[in-house]
Design a protein around this ligand. Structure first.
Ligand code: TYC
Length: 103
């Protein structure tokens, strides 16, 4: 009997762990020359629930490196955050782009 099987009532139970890690998707913000720093910080606080300090750090990372990670979420949540970010940016006339990347 392999150690990951037990018997009771003549039934073989496979007790091996079958935990399925959910696939996570990173949401990335991309830099541009027109969106204001203030608006990006506002998005990071409001949509991605970052503290003001963390929001500022991520915004500066995007500003200096071209892109930055806002967080990792299930596909549905990640996609909704991308869509909301782009809708709010569009409303304000900013070209801010957000995108998904499988982790
Ligand atoms: N580069 C922008 C500026 O100088 C600021 C900015 C930061 C824009 C992050 C987009 O995702 C972004 N106003």
């Amino acid at each position: 009997m392999s150690p990951d099987r037990t018997t009771h009532d003549g039934v073989l139970d496979d007790t091996r762990q079958k935990t399925k890690k959910p696939t996570l998707y990173k949401v990335l913000l991309l830099n541009d020359d027109y969106t204001t720093m203030e608006f990006v910080v506002q998005i990071l606080e409001g949509i991605f629930h970052k503290t003001p300090a963390e929001a500022y750090r991520i915004m500066m990372q995007v500003h200096t490196k071209g892109r930055g990670i806002c967080g990792a979420y299930s596909y549905d949540v990640a996609e909704t955050k991308v869509a909301t970010t782009q809708e709010l940016a569009k409303q304000e006339g900013f070209p801010l782009q957000a995108t998904l990347e499988e982790e």
